[in-house]
Design a protein around this ligand. Sequence first.
Ligand SMILES: NC(=O)c1ccc[n+]([C@@H]2O[C@H](COP(=O)([O-])OP(=O)(O)OC[C@H]3O[C@@H](n4cnc5c(N)ncnc54)[C@H](OP(=O)(O)O)[C@@H]3O)[C@@H](O)[C@H]2O)c1
Length: 291
Amino acid sequence: LKQQLKKKQPSWKSLGTNKKGSVMGLVLIGCGKMGGAMLAGWLEQGVEKETIRIIEKDAAYGESLNAKFGVRVLDDIEKLEEDFDAELVVLAVKPQVMDDVVLGCKHLATKSNFISIAAGKTVSYFEGILGEEAKIIRVMPNTPAAVGRGMSVAFANQNVSSKIKETCTNLLAAIGQVSWLSDEALMDAVTAVSGSGPAYVFYMTECLAQAGVKAGLPEDQAMTLARATVCGAGELMFQSEESASQLRINVTSPGGTTQAALEVLMGPDGILKPMEEAIKAAEVRSKELAG
Ligand SMILES: NC(=O)c1ccc[n+]([C@@H]2O[C@H](COP(=O)([O-])OP(=O)(O)OC[C@H]3O[C@@H](n4cnc5c(N)ncnc54)[C@H](OP(=O)(O)O)[C@@H]3O)[C@@H](O)[C@H]2O)c1
């Protein structure tokens, strides 16, 4: 697995240099589940701790972050050292507190690149607070980021340079795979497919286990089988160069048991239509939440 991850992730040690040649700095605001996973990934990649600052208001939590990661923690972004080059500001707080956090970054609006991972917060929302010249990247990650296997999809406004986009790709590669959008409107579809997607796979696992119970297996054993099968199939797909369809064909002998099951799953009352409806529902909800 480690080898696979290495193969898929570029190797990089620092965030690069700015126009003046000094090493770029990164400010992480919000070091919870997602921010913490990203930070762990960056440090594992060898990014120098001195190039990162964490902003955390709660003193006790700040101390625990400092002890855990060895990265300097400040309780206010206004307290950044004057010679700290805040080229990148990663906004990893909940959408509900974003207004306050972004307002607090206004003094960096013309200097920094802002990378937001908050669901539903659009580029124009950030431009509305930081100004139209602000450099904004909006990212939708998903929960497997916690184990380095996330899918992050990013969109940048026209003010962001290609060099910064490349740095952002490296930053996100620390928590999994990265893909870029050229049309922000597709972010709702992204949210519906990869953002919410892990939950569909968990539910599919539950269904597989329940069907196993109906077929006579003890509940525990049915869940063990279902879970291991989903994890194993996911890992096989991750490691293989072959498409999902080809992997399916590879395990479907003509006239065999898999084919019998797939005729149901792929038939007129199969899972494609409910899946399309589910994605549509999530997409609609994503649009509603963004207002
Ligand atoms: N988790 C996911 O699967 C996922 C997927 C896609 C996108 N996202 C997005 O990622 C963002 C973070 O989610 P999360 O799950 O990582 O949330 P989380 O675990 O609650 O982390 C947010 C962190 O931000 C801190 N914080 C709050 N206000 C702050 C402030 N003013 N200054 C500095 N730090 C502050 C919180 O501290 P306190 O706890 O002390 O308030 C907490 O440590 C959200 O916008 C979410 O939409 C998450």
